[in-house]
Write a protein that binds this ligand. Structure first.
Ligand code: AMP
Ligand code: MG
Length: 370
């Protein structure tokens, strides 16, 4: 299949006639059962008609995604939610008021019109109302309901630019809309509103603290904070290995100087063994690293920058053929909870805990002694 590629330069402003025409064409493709990758404020999505079971099947096939891992339905107006959910609890209206349009997904009881293919066989449906103007226009032109997972091959880091969408999806889907780099860089927060109190199934840009403020108290799925709990995650997709680069990733937790010294020692051993090494480090510590490849994830003082760069630096490690990747560790407060959730999954929970500084939360996550 030949994949059409269009560019939207004016992503946040007025669209040119040609861009508008391109989005209309994309909408038509989706209505006819085709697949289109498009930018959102979180990561690039791979969209198909959410109410067409064949489109959902095609999405699973294009990604190589297990079909028990449900898709999120994207809408472009709040009012459109009524058609796809069976009930709208008051909590849903409250969080929609506070966070929509934006990087938040709600799990609600599904209406009959939503095919089981889209929800991975579940009776619930995941709904998101994104803020990205290109995404919203595309959804409207496609008939109002786009099922869209992240536009990467299953298991790889989510794409934060069209370049990485192309790498994974060229020849597998009908169209890629290039809207430049995304703003947030991590997937939406998922909150389950079918349980009381509501429960976070995947941390994201909208943090637990922000949700607590609107809803009173929310819970968090135990598997997010304690991967050793032995329980299955409530969001089926969270059980799969995810976001993983090709090289083996190890997170190193400790004071800055000690972390750099440890990583440099490991890199020397890698070099001796003929392995290419790389580090994911922060601006403040970057100069101290002696690995073959050094990638800056941002400043320790700017969590949003770290979130935005995380998937990009993981992909860059693949681009440069790095075999042994090391990363600094981050605090798990606020947005840090989402950052560490993705980083830990990418590392398959391989963490080296250097002595001298306690793990911030005291959780035991498959600790390895250095
Ligand atoms: P992605 O499409 O890559 O952003 O992943 C979507 C995530 O939403 C996966 O982890 C899914 O398991 C989760 N999800 C989607 N629908 C539901 C649902 N009805 N109940 C629980 N989790 C869901
Ligand atoms: Mg994904």
């Amino acid at each position: 299949m030949e994949t059409i590629r269009i560019k939207i330069k004016s992503a946040l402003g007025e669209l040119s006639c040609e861009e508008e025409q391109g989005l209309r064409q994309a909408g038509e493709l989706i209505k006819k059962g085709g697949l289109v990758a498009f930018p959102t404020e979180t990561v690039y999505g791979l969209g198909g008609d959410a109410l067409n079971p064949d489109s959902s099947r095609k999405i699973y096939a294009a990604k190589g995604r297990p079909s028990d891992n449900p898709l999120i339905i994207h809408i472009s107006r709040f009012a459109d939610i009524h058609r796809i959910v069976d009930q709208l609890p008051e909590a849903a209206v409250k969080i929609a008021d506070a966070f929509w349009p934006g990087p938040l997904t709600m799990i609600l009881p599904k209406a009959d019109i939503v095919p089981r293919e889209t929800t991975g066989g579940l009776r619930t449906v995941a709904v998101r109302f994104p803020s990205h103007p290109v995404a919203r226009k595309l959804i409207a032109y496609s008939g109002g309901y786009i099922a869209a997972p992240s536009a990467n091959l299953s298991g790889k880091p989510s794409p934060t630019s069209a370049k990485y969408v192309c790498e994974d999806m060229d020849g597998r889907i009908d169209m890629i809309i290039d809207g430049g780099e995304v703003g947030i860089g991590l997937e939406s927060t998922i909150i389950d509103l079918t349980v009381e109190p509501p429960r976070i199934l995947r941390p994201g840009y909208v943090t637990q603290e922000m949700l607590d403020r609107v809803l009173g108290k929310v819970d968090i799925d135990v598997t997010i904070i304690d991967p050793d709990s032995g329980q299955a995650p409530k969001a089926p997709g969270m059980k799969y290995r995810h976001y993983a680069p090709k090289g083996s990733l190890t997170i190193v937790e400790g004071a800055a100087e000690q972390t750099a010294a440890y990583i440099n020692e490991m890199a020397a051993a890698d070099r001796a063994a003929g392995r290419k090494s790389g580090v994911i480090g922060t601006t403040e510590v970057l100069e101290q690293y002696r690995t073959d490849v050094v990638k800056c994830i941002g400043s320790r003082g700017d969590e949003e920058e770290i979130a935005r760069n995380l998937f990009t630096v993981l992909r860059q490690m693949d681009d440069e053929g790095v075999e042994s990747i090391y990363s600094e560790s981050f605090s798990e407060k606020g947005l840090g909870q989402a950052i560490m959730n993705r980083l830990l999954k990418a590392a398959g929970h391989r963490v080296v805990h250097l002595p001298g500084r306690p793990n911030a939360q005291g959780w035991n996550r498959n600790r390895m002694e250095p």
